[in-house]
Design a binder for this molecule. Structure first.
Ligand code: THU
Length: 162
């Protein structure tokens, strides 16, 4: 048996001013979108904003439900919306942020199900997606591609032996 390891890469920014202008704007859109969250059960507002290759920004926020599992995370609301409105555009970047009463400093990273969905669309478009996730005070992490958040991803190639 061989012992192996995988390394992930990410960038850390203390303030959004360290990010390129287009990404700063995307975070602003995500912050605005968090105001549209429907999160009466958790009180945890999440906002996501996607920049497509045609320059259009598509946003999403978490939408909860009294039957808890029927709700959906902000990232998936945004991705599914982007893919249904612009099925042929490339998803270049997704910015994710939160709005809570707690002023959370640490960036909140996408849940496992959202990582799996991001992986699906990377695979569909055959191009990595930049993922920026930030806390409420400006600190953010950026990864270039879902492999950095979900190594050994399950995807269609696993089903085709390819
Ligand atoms: N949530 C998201 O919108 N995105 C994530 O990646 C993690 C969790 C939402 C789901 C639920 O509405 C609330 O945050 C608390 O889990």
């Amino acid at each position: 048996m061989k012992h192996k390891s995988l390394t992930i890469q990410y960038s850390e920014s203390e303030t959004t001013s360290e990010l390129e202008q287009a990404d700063q704007l995307l975070i602003q859109e995500a912050i605005k979108s968090a105001d549209h969250a429907y999160a009466p059960y958790s009180g945890f507002n999440v906002g996501a904003a996607i920049r497509l290759s045609n320059g259009v920004v598509v946003t999403g926020s978490n939408q909860e439900n009294a039957a808890y599992p029927s709700g959906l995370c902000a990232e998936r609301v945004a991705i599914f919306s982007a893919s249904s409105m612009y099925p042929d555009e490339i998803i270049e970047t997704i910015a994710i942020t939160i709005k809570t009463p707690h002023h959370i400093i640490e960036p909140v990273s996408p849940c496992g199900a959202c990582r799996q969905v991001i992986a699906e669309y990377e695979n569909k478009q055959n191009k990595k997606i930049k993922i920026i996730f930030s806390g409420e005070t400006g600190k953010s992490y950026t990864v270039d591609g879902i492999k950095n958040l979900l190594p050994m991803t399950f995807n269609v190639r696993n089903m085709n032996n390819g």
